[in-house]
Design a protein around this ligand. Structure first.
Ligand code: HEM
Length: 416
């Protein structure tokens, strides 16, 4: 039996807060091991790193999600008892519903709605002295996501609803006021969307068959029971809120275009494939999810190390995307790496790994990539703008993190 290296700290909870995104990655390098143990809030916890460990982590025979997501994250980011926390038949049933709205036609409809919103936003921005891209992108995404989902959103409410979606996301690594803001935003949003689910069920609101609102309103659980209106609302929010979250990557993409202007020309001349490399590099290089948690289903041994039933296991997301064994010159923003890099379900995991249908991999990864490609093209060719001096640094100890200024743009003019 091999012993798993142990982090010398008695309890690592404060180190996670102090170090943030690179917490696991720092120890992988320090302990020279892709697997090590820590104590987290007093619990014995195993940390895993690397594609092979990711493959293990995504084996549903080894791990469950029940009991892995802390309550404070369920009551802000994702909602209580949502798909992210389900296993087995119940997970499969809900995940099928999520994947049913990810067809090419459904995604194309979202892209058309987004194109319209970006255009309208550009005209509004042209009348402003300056705008903050992160704030504006959230609103663009929120309007298009609600229209796509079948959620009526009066014009006057768009900004505050977008803020609430962001507050839920912003709470995931926060404590105190940030946590409470996220919780209040979640209650408000669940109340709002539950009302919509009830109207659909009573026939007072018509939504297109197969649209996200329709799918979630009529979804039955694995035992054939209709989801409660609250649960259906939580899952419908799980389709709108993460689209608003793409504002983060769009802001990072704008920073990359600004800091590495060489790519502006390449993006113009090298076509769609190159835009995809650029977007993949944004998702690889810029931080969003730090790590993911699961619990051991039954005792097993892996590489001579004992995993005990119920133990918490964390998979390193940030570190895997920055490991030079997989990504040469990992700290350099270099889209061209994707010309040659083979992508497996386990080596590029900003939105989780494994398989969409059978595992917990992000249901919205294609939407994220397509939305980002469209946004990058819009920023590069759909408008012109100046970038005044500002603080574009981001803090790796804050989760989620963002360029400090949110990316201020001046003199925005649509090109069309
Ligand atoms: C799950 C990240 C966008 C819907 C996840 C997971 C991560 C993630 C890390 C967890 C994977 C796991 O537990 O193994 C992101 C990021 C996004 C994004 C960084 C963009 C900023 C989206 C979009 C949608 C979406 C656009 C839908 C429209 C979901 C759903 C799950 C999920 C439903 C739960 C899947 C499951 O438990 O089976 N996402 N996501 N996400 N995401 Fe995303």
């Amino acid at each position: 039996m091999q012993t798993i290296p142990r982090d010398p700290s008695l309890d690592s909870t404060l180190d996670v807060v102090r170090e943030g995104f690179p917490f696991i990655w720092n120890r992988v390098r320090g302990l020279h091991s892709d697997i090590f143990q820590i104590r987290l809030m007093g619990q014995r916890t195993i940390c895993l790193h690397g594609p092979e460990a990711a493959q293990l982590f995504y084996d549903p025979a080894r791990f469950v999600r029940t009991g892995a997501v802390p309550r404070r994250i369920q009551t802000t980011l994702m909602g209580k008892d949502a798909v992210q926390t389900q296993d087995g038949a119940e997970h499969r049933c809900r995940k099928d519903a999520f994947m049913s709205v990810m067809t090419p036609q459904s995604r194309a409809r979202l892209m058309r709605l987004l194109a319209h919103e970006w255009q309208a936003a550009a005209e509004y921005w042209a009348e402003q002295e300056e705008i903050v891209l992160f704030d504006e992108a959230q609103e663009v995404l929120c309007r298009a996501a609600c229209a796509w989902a079948g959620v009526p959103l009066p014009n006057k409410d768009a900004r505050r609803r977008a803020r609430d979606f962001w507050a839920m996301i912003d709470a995931f690594g926060g404590a105190g006021p940030r946590h409470w803001r996220g919780k209040r935003a979640r209650t408000r949003t669940e109340d709002w969307i539950e009302g919509i689910i009830k109207k659909i069920r009573k026939g007072k609101l018509e939504v297109a068959e197969g649209s996200p609102a329709h799918v979630m309103a009529w979804l039955r659980d694995a035992d054939g029971e209709q989801l409660s209106a609250r649960m259906a609302a939580i899952e419908l929010i799980n389709l709108v809120r993460p689209i608003v979250a793409i504002a983060t990557y769009i802001t990072f993409a704008a920073v990359a275009l600004h800091e590495y202007p060489v790519y502006k020309g390449l993006l113009r001349t090298s076509g769609d494939e190159y835009t995809e490399y650029f977007v993949q590099e944004v998702r690889r290089d810029f931080p969003f999810a730090p790590f993911l948690g699961a619990r051991v289903r039954e005792d097993f041994t892996w590489r001579g190390c004992d995993f005990k039933k119920g133990m918490l296991v964390l998979l390193d997301v940030y570190g895997l995307n920055h490991d030079p064994r997989i990504w040469p010159e990992a700290n350099v923003f270099w889209p061209d790496r994707f010309r040659h890099q083979t992508i497996s379900p386990y080596n590029l995991i900003p939105q989780g790994g494994g398989h969409y249908d059978t595992g917990h991999r992000c249901a919205g990864e294609w939407i994220t990539i397509e939305t980002l490609k469209q946004a990058v093209t819009f920023l590069n060719t759909g408008i012109t703008y100046d970038v005044p001096a500002q603080d574009l640094r981001y803090d790796l100890t804050r989760m989620p993190t963002l360029p400090t200024s949110g990316f201020v743009m001046r003199q925005v003019r649509p090109t069309g």
